[in-house]
Write a protein that binds this ligand. Structure first.
Ligand SMILES: Nc1c(/N=C/[C@H](O)[C@H](O)[C@H](O)COP(=O)(O)O)[nH]c(=O)[nH]c1=O
Ligand SMILES: Nc1c(N[C@@H]2O[C@H](COP(=O)(O)O)[C@@H](O)[C@H]2O)[nH]c(=O)[nH]c1=O
Ligand SMILES: [Zn+2]
Length: 364
């Protein structure tokens, strides 16, 4: 592997990585311009609708871009979206060689950007640090491939798998650091989802409360019969958009009475909430990733329909016990082991006193 080129692509990847929670529904992208062994331009995409990474890097390079080499984590776009095509700009500014880590999975762009660069006589190299660059955008890649939001199930439990005591008490199971990590995940996802039972029991805010603030995800509450208490924080705190998902049985006057500038009720066609149709509906309103915080019944519905991509479990070194204490996944459960859901654990790390385990649903 060419260690200089690797160094420049790593810089582009690292810059993109810093834009976590900022660029959705666009991917995180980084770009570096190098001329005669000197970095003359760097840039990252910071917000959908604003300049792409290549534009920032090329603007910084100015005339030095002429005859220079560029490193970019994603194929330069070739379409007129909210911003003009980067491929044209790369050509106009005179880049003579470009390393593209990954092709763009967006069907509107896929391969066209690279084609245009080659036709203009630029020396194009594809695939440098492809894996690391692909890992920048799991949500974007999944959404482009399936047209459905990427779903993360999150659970916090004691070592014996309990999420609350027999009386429903749960504060707190995991410690401060693990709960801080949860807020980083909230910032990363477009939306956060809980069942109405969690609203009734915890009255959560479901906002991102990090030391430097951070984007609040859209709040999705599964509430088939519109049982949500009118005093709920998610209905009154005006901290984020709240979507209440109901079944077809809910009366229009009940819906009108609860809707406001910050609260929208989405009534699905079926009497009960089918997760797949919920995801299709969320995709139509531009939600590309959802962080499902529970509770057990909601988690069970996502598991039963295999409508999730990863499970993040925080295990606290505590024992709660009790047959009637709730565990992470509720629902009817399974009779036979061959019905169990097989995951692949991709990471585990200690966070404070707790263990964070990330497991993904096996493809296929
Ligand atoms: N009880 C625990 C959790 N409990 C999570 C609850 O389901 C609910 O999402 C929280 O109470 C959210 O509250 P808010 O949005 O911060 O106001 N989650 C955790 O990670 N650890 C725990 O110990
Ligand atoms: N963020 C990003 C790209 N994102 C690509 O462009 C699409 C968004 O285009 P627009 O609506 O114009 O912002 C997005 O879906 C993805 O395919 N492309 C790039 O060349 N560089 C960038 O930094
Ligand atoms: Zn672009």
């Amino acid at each position: 592997m060419m260690e200089q080129e690797v160094r420049y692509m790593k810089l582009a990847i690292d810059m993109a990585k810093q834009m976590v929670g900022q660029t959705s529904p666009n991917p995180k992208v980084g770009a570096v311009v190098v001329r005669d062994g000197e970095i003359v331009g760097i840039g990252a995409h910071m917000k959908a609708g604003e300049d792409h990474a290549e534009v920032h890097a090329l603007n910084m390079a100015g005339d030095k871009a002429n005859g220079a080499t560029m490193f970019v984590t994603l194929e330069p776009c070739s379409h007129f979206g909210k911003t003009p095509p980067c491929a044209n700009l790369v050509i106009d500014r005179g880049i003579s060689r470009i390393y593209v880590a990954t092709l763009d999975p967006n069907p509107v762009v896929a391969g066209r950007g690279v084609e245009r660069l080659k036709q203009a006589g630029i020396d194009v190299h594809i695939g440098l640090l492809e894996e690391e660059a692909t890992e920048l955008n799991p949500f974007f890649n999944h959404f482009m491939k399936t047209s459905l939001p990427y779903v993360t199930l999150k659970a916090a439990s004691s070592l014996d798998g309990k999420t609350a005591t027999t009386t429903g008490e749960s504060k707190w199971i995991t410690g401060e650091e693990a709960r801080r990590d949860v807020h980083h995940s909230r910032q990363e996802h477009d939306a956060i989802l809980v069942g109405v039972q969690t609203i009734i029991e915890d009255d959560p805010q479901l906002t991102t409360r990090l030391p430097f603030g951070g984007k609040n995800p859209t709040r999705i509450i599964l509430d088939t019969h519109l049982r949500i208490p009118r005093s709920a924080k998610v209905l009154n705190d005006r901290e984020a958009q709240t979507l209440i998902i109901t079944g077809s049985q809910v009366a229009m006057d009940q819906i009108e009475e609860i809707q406001s500038e910050y609260v929208q009720v989405i009534k699905l066609e079926a009497e009960s909430i089918q997760i797949r149709s919920l995801l299709e509906r969320m995709a139509t309103i531009g939600i590309t990733s959802i962080y499902v915080e529970g509770g057990a019944t909601v988690h069970a519905s996502f598991v039963k329909e295999r409508c999730f991509q990863q499970l993040i479990t925080y295990l606290a070194p505590k024992i709660i016990g009790g047959f009637t204490s709730p565990s992470i996944i509720g629902g009817a459960g399974i009779k036979y082991m061959d019905e169990a859901v097989d995951l692949q654990t991709i990471s585990f790390e200690q966070i404070g006193d707790d263990l964070k385990i990330v497991s993904v649903l096996k493809e296929g």
